[in-house]
Design a protein around this ligand. Structure first.
Ligand code: G6P
Ligand code: MG
Length: 222
């Protein structure tokens, strides 16, 4: 068995990936930029400021904004996000997720959160899942965000577990890249177009099954 599971939050445990998307869209529209879902894939898993930079690149006239103006925009996006996230509750846990958490706990395997979000702790609390997590890595702990492996490394090092014995679960291409770079086993939730690098891929969270993940993990490590 693996010794640690590291879960991404947004888009894996709950559908806040959609709320981040809607908040960025609203912010972008306010400065006359439009982008589609495909572009949004590039924003998944990366920090607030990095996301803003990618969006601003869509309109070269905005590249002259100074840092203060950028921070203002980023704060505004977060206000929009918090408005949308206000009503998050237990019912917003995606299908199959709590079941998987329970299975992992039952086997005495450690569970960590590996999120780039400053709002991660709060969202987990609203979902009523805090007690499942032995350790939380959020934006406050990470210097180099995904696709750098640091987020996942910090979690494994906290428990003192070899990376080979860790499993990461992600919905973002940047996240899968980070897990792979950490030499951990990567589970992707989403489409093969976006997550072709995942060691094991399921199309949505309802397909996340403890035994199946363990089987694929063991096959790879044997
Ligand atoms: C996660 C999400 C991103 C989001 C980032 C920062 O990685 O996948 O879409 O931009 O966290 O979130 P924050 O709540 O700090 O703005
Ligand atoms: Mg995500």
């Amino acid at each position: 068995y693996p010794k640690v599971f590291i879960f991404d939050l947004d888009g894996v445990i709950t559908d806040t990936a959609e709320l981040h998307y809607l908040a960025w869209k609203k912010l972008a529209e306010g400065i006359n930029i439009s982008f589609d879902k495909q572009f949004n894939e590039r924003l998944k898993g990366i920090s607030r400021m990095e996301s803003l930079e990618l969006i601003l690149q869509l309109d070269t006239s905005l590249l002259k904004l100074d840092n203060e103006q950028k921070v203002k925009l980023a704060n505004k996006k977060n206000e929009y996000y918090l408005e949308l996230a206000e009503t998050i509750n237990k019912e917003d846990v995606l299908p199959g997720v709590e079941d998987l958490l329970k299975h992992i706990k039952k086997q005495n395997i450690k569970i960590a959160l590996g999120s780039a979000s400053e709002n991660a702790k709060n969202v987990v609390k609203k979902l009523g899942l805090s007690s499942y997590f032995d350790y939380i890595v959020d934006a406050s702990k990470v210097k180099k965000g995904k696709p750098d492996p640091e987020t996942f490394i910090i979690a494994a090092d906290y428990f003192g577990i070899p990376y080979k014995e860790c499993i990461g679960i992600e919905d973002a291409a940047a996240g899968i890249e980070a897990i792979n770079k950490a030499n951990m086993f990567s589970v992707g939730v989403g489409s093969v177009e976006n997550l072709s690098q995942a060691n094991y891929l399921v199309e949505d969270t309802s397909k996340l099954n403890f035994e199946e993940i363990i089987k694929k993990y063991s096959d790879k490590n044997s």
